[in-house]
Design a protein around this ligand. Structure first.
Ligand code: ADP
Length: 613
């Protein structure tokens, strides 16, 4: 039972390790990079939604036609003037205007700004952490100032998110796109720790580590109309009522080139427009918390583990493969129906590693089980051989006696003796069968030993009585050195078998006309019961093996004494099952001494126990 518990614990440990490795992999920088790629693939770019903004671009060609960067403020002033006629809902001018350039040109731009309704101007943090707002003459004309910062993913540089607010140098600015939304909706920006609201639009952007990030849902290129500042006059219908994002898209002049999830180069002004569209269309994507992700990983790993635990062998693979597919498949419905950006790598890695761990583990367990049945078979065969061997002697005696009785007309006295013999030998047979069954159960590990108290003296007397005929045949005297004391607790039949075996061995492996001495000592609740002979003995190397099944020393083989080499292994099993052990001292030609060491209760105490029963 404890072995199977240990096995279950080992299995659970392997799965837990796989889970931990998977989750750590998913949360590593490389894992995040893979998750980002997967997210871009799952989310895709939206095509089928009407745009609520227009990008009005200062393009490469505009610069070429209008005299380049030095003329930018003039270009912008003209654009604003033309836009005013088209009546947009708001204009986000995404150009940093932190310096005075040329009084004439600036006055021109100022006048154009004055004519612009809902003008939103940008500010940026400079490298020293100071805000660079537009110069006062422009600033005074803006409906709002918003920050123009972009987030870039640390692993691949893609701008997937917008920082809704930036608090720095004691000032807080909302993002340009958010200010544009406020202007377009004509509603104030309200905030709670969990979200930011504009009118009835609730942006789920909890402040985490001082930052509110909002994933941007990109539209495919062209979904947000982009026109050149030179084409405003021709596109009044397109612009009317929309939010205009006016900025530089010229590759050489724009100072912020970004990368879209599709891997395309985009100008900063486009990303502001994309973020605005995300908010205006309420396409908010949330990310599950780390705890949710972890629990999902754990559930997947557990599913794989249970399948391999309960389904045998190959049958686990098919359903477990379905679980393997889950981390790939689930993010799609979760994203498109629940707007949940579920990570992919941690669940996938946890599931795959668990699959590997579970499959490997089961493979080895199955192999181990196979090996165990093999050795069980072998052990059973050995036990049968032993039983057959042990039964031969009494069977021969019974057979011989019954034949004598049948064939000859024997005197009454002789018949009585033979009947007696048949009776005692068949009892012995029954005992052997019982011992065989007990030993079998013991080896299988579910033998409940009988636990009854019996006096050690009775055990010794009975066994000595049984071996007496064997000893007589070799004229070996078996002497009991002293009165045996103490009460043993356990199975008397088995203990008798053990002592009987030691005594028969002593007799078997001793020459005729020698002595076998049985002695006992009791000390500190321990009985030492020794059987010493004057026989062939054995050397230290042989001594190491005698408890191994089937082992017989050369001396034993050559002695002509029959044996299987199993007896001692059974004796040892019996003694250890009784909580004891065996010591052997022996030297070639000097005899051997086998000592059983067992715990006992004091005799007097044992007697009271006996009387009570
Ligand atoms: P078996 O007696 O059937 O061969 P056992 O398991 O009882 O098998 O004993 C294993 C071996 O240990 C014997 O074959 C013998 O070599 C050795 N042995 C056991 N008891 C003695 C002893 N009293 N004196 C010498 N050798 C012994």
């Amino acid at each position: 039972l404890s072995a199977s518990k240990l096995q279950a614990a080992g299995y659970a440990g392997a799965l837990a390790a796989a889970l931990a490795a998977g989750v750590l992999l998913g949360w590593s920088p490389a894992g995040r990079a893979i998750d980002n790629q997967f997210y871009d693939f799952v989310s895709g770019e939206r095509r089928d939604v009407p745009a609520q903004s227009v990008i009005v671009a200062v393009t490469e060609r505009v610069f070429r036609d209008r005299g380049g960067l030095p003329k930018l403020r003039e270009i912008l002033a003209d654009a604003l003037n033309e836009l005013a006629a088209a009546r947009p809902a708001a204009v986000v001018l995404d150009v940093i205007l932190a310096d005075n350039v040329n009084p004439g040109m600036d006055a021109h731009l100022e006048a154009a700004m004055r004519a612009t309704r809902n003008l939103i101007l940008p500010t940026l943090l400079d490298t020293e952490g100071r805000w660079e707002p537009p110069i006062p003459r422009f600033r005074a004309l803006a409906a709002a100032i918003g920050h123009a910062h972009h987030e870039r993913d640390r692993t691949d540089g893609v701008s997937r998110k917008l920082s809704l607010e930036i608090v720095e140098a004691g000032e807080r600015y909302w993002a340009l796109a958010l200010e544009a939304l406020r202007a377009a909706r004509g509603a104030p920006i309200e905030e709670s720790p969990e979200d930011v609201r504009v009118g009835d639009i609730v942006i789920p952007a909890p402040r985490v580590a001082g930052v509110r990030l909002m994933p941007i849902r990109y539209r495919a290129p062209g979904v947000i109309p982009t026109i050149s500042v030179l084409d405003i006059a021709r596109n009044h219908d397109l612009i009317r009522g929309k939010v205009v994002f006016l900025g530089v898209t010229s590759l050489s002049a724009a100072n912020d080139r970004l990368v879209s999830p599709a891997g395309q180069d985009v100008a900063g002004v486009e990303v502001h427009a994309q973020a605005f569209e995300t908010m205006a269309a309420r396409e908010f994507v949330t990310e599950p918390g780390n705890q949710t992700v972890f629990l999902t990983c754990a559930a997947l790993a557990a599913a794989v583990g249970l399948l391999f635990w309960f389904l045998p062998g190959w049958r686990a693979y098919a359903p477990a493969s379905l679980v393997l597919a889950a981390p790939f498949a689930l993010p799609f419905p979760l994203f498109h129906q629940r707007n949940l950006a579920f990570p992919f790598l941690a669940p996938a890695a946890a599931t795959w590693l668990s699959f590997g761990a579970a499959a490997t583990y089961q493979h080895f367990v199955v192999r181990r089980r196979l090996r165990r049945t093999e050795s069980e078979k072998q052990r059973y065969q050995q036990a049968i051989q032993w039983a057959a061997h042990e039964m031969r002697t009494p069977l021969t005696a019974i057979q011989g006696s019954s034949e004598l009785m049948a064939r000859y007309n024997l005197p009454e006295e002789k018949r009585g003796q033979l009947t007696e013999m048949i009776n005692s030998e068949s009892k012995r047979l029954a005992r052997i069968i019982q011992t065989f069954l007990d030993v079998e159960r013991m080896a299988e590990g579910h033998m409940e030993l009988k636990r009854e108290p019996f006096p050690a003296a009775e055990l010794v007397d009975a066994t000595l009585h049984r071996v007496a005929p064997l000893a007589e045949r070799k004229r070996i005297t078996v002497t009991l050195e002293n009165q045996v004391q103490g009460t043993l607790l356990g199975d008397r039949e088995l203990m008798e078998y053990a002592l009987y075996n030691l005594l028969t061995n002593a007799i078997k492996y001793s020459p005729a006309d020698t002595q076998v001495r049985v002695s006992s000592t009791i000390k500190d609740g321990t009985l030492r019961l020794a059987v010493a002979d004057q026989g062939m003995g054995m050397d230290a190397r042989e001594l190491k093996h005698i408890f191994t099944k089937f082992y017989r020393t050369k001396g034993a083989e050559q002695s002509g004494e029959k044996g299987t080499g199993i007896g001692l292994s059974i004796v040892q099993q019996i003694v250890t099952h009784h909580g004891g052990r065996i010591e052997v001292a022996s030297a070639p030609g000097k005899g051997s001494c086998f000592t059983m060491i067992l715990s006992v209760e004091a005799s007097s105490h044992a007697q009271t126990v006996d009387r009570r029963r």
